[in-house]
Design a protein around this ligand. Structure first.
Ligand SMILES: Nc1ncnc2c1ncn2[C@@H]1O[C@H](COP(=O)(O)OP(=O)(O)O)[C@@H](O)[C@H]1O
Ligand SMILES: [Mg+2]
Length: 245
C-alpha cells in the first residue's frame, strides 16, 4: 500500500524536553486516518511537527519523500495543507480574500478559478458570502472557510485539527459529509485530529491513539472501535455524536 504520510519514530519538542516520543503511524494514499487522544495528548503537536513548525526528529515522509527538517513553506508547497485548531481564518478579510490567500501556496496558480469553483461547489454558503468579512460568519461557516482555504492550495494531504469543536451536531454532520466527499471524490488524503472519536472513526479507515505524547494503539478504525479498553476510555457511548450544541 502506498502512503500519503508516514511517521517513523517521530519525536518533537517546543524547545525544552520532548512532547512526542517515537511516534509511528501513517495515512494511506487517498485515505483518512484519525488521530485520537485526550486533551493534551499531543495531537496538535503532531500536526505542527508534520508541518515543520517545531523541532522534529525521526522521519516524516510525504508520498515517500522525506520532509523532516523542511520549512513550513516548503512543506506547504509540497502539498500539505494545515487547518489549525481555532480555524485561523482572517476575520477582517472577506471570504474571497481568505480563499485567495489559500491559493498562494499552490504550486501552480493557473487553476485558481477551478479550485474556487470546486470550493464553492462543496460549500455553497461560502459563495453566497464571498464578499462578507470572515468575522461575520457563523462558527460552522468559519470552519468551512478554513477547509475551503486549505483546498485552494490544491493539497495532496490535509491536516485537520478538531474541525468539529464548538459546532452544533447538525453542522458537524454536514461538515463530515463534505469531508467524506472531499476524501473520496477529490482523492485528498487526510489526517483528522478529533476528540470526538466516534465521529472520526466513521470517516477514517485507520486510526492512531496518543496518550501523553506516546502512541498507544494503531490499526483499522474497526479494530480500534472494537477494542474494549479503548472503547471504554475514549469512545464513550457509541450513540454519542459528541458535539457541543
Ligand atoms: N507552544 C507550546 N509550548 C510548550 N508546550 C506546549 C505548547 N503547545 C502545547 N504544549 C504542550 O504539549 C503537550 C501536548 O499538547 P497538544 O499537542 O496541544 O495536545 P492536544 O492537541 O492533544 O490537546 C501539552 O502538555 C501541552 O502543554
Ligand atoms: Mg489540540
Amino acid at each position: 500500500m502506498s502512503h500519503a504520510l508516514e511517521l517513523k519514530d517521530v519525536s518533537a519538542s517546543y524547545g525544552h524536553g520532548a512532547i512526542l516520543h517515537d511516534i509511528n503511524f501513517d495515512v494511506p494514499a487517498g485515505g483518512v486516518t484519525a488521530l485520537l487522544g485526550a486533551n493534551g495528548a499531543g495531537k496538535t503537536t503532531t500536526l505542527r511537527a508534520i508541518c515543520g513548525m517545531i523541532e522534529t526528529h525521526g522521519d516524516v515522509r510525504l508520498f515517500g519523500e522525506s520532509i523532516t527538517g523542511k520549512t513550513p513553506e516548503a512543506i506547504a508547497r509540497m502539498g500539505v495543507a494545515h487547518v489549525p485548531d481555532g480555524r485561523g481564518t482572517f476575520t477582517s478579510l472577506t471570504v474571497l480574500d481568505n480563499l485567495r490567500l489559500g491559493a498562494f501556496s499552490a504550486k501552480k496558480r493557473t487553476n485558481f478559478r477551478k479550485s474556487l469553483d470546486q470550493v464553492y461547489d462543496y460549500f455553497p454558503r461560502l459563495k453566497e458570502r464571498s464578499g462578507q468579512h470572515a468575522g461575520t460568519l457563523s462558527g460552522g461557516e468559519q470552519q468551512m472557510l478554513a477547509i475551503g482555504r486549505a483546498l485552494m492550495a490544491e493539497p495532496r494531504l490535509i491536516l485537520l485539527d478538531e474541525p468539529s469543536i464548538g459546532l452544533a451536531p447538525v453542522i458537524v454532520k454536514q461538515l463530515f459529509e463534505i469531508l467524506e466527499q472531499i476524501a473520496t471524490e477529490a482523492g485528498v488524503s487526510m489526517l483528522l485530529v478529533e476528540q470526538n472519536s466516534n465521529l472520526a472513526l466513521k470517516l477514517a479507515s485507520e486510526a492512531a491513539l496518543l496518550e501523553v505524547g506516546n502512541l498507544v494503539a494503531r490499526g483499522t478504525s474497526e479494530e480500534l472501535s472494537q477494542n474494549q479498553e479503548i472503547a471504554r476510555a475514549y469512545l464513550g457511548d457509541v450513540s454519542d455524536t459528541g458535539a457541543q450544541a
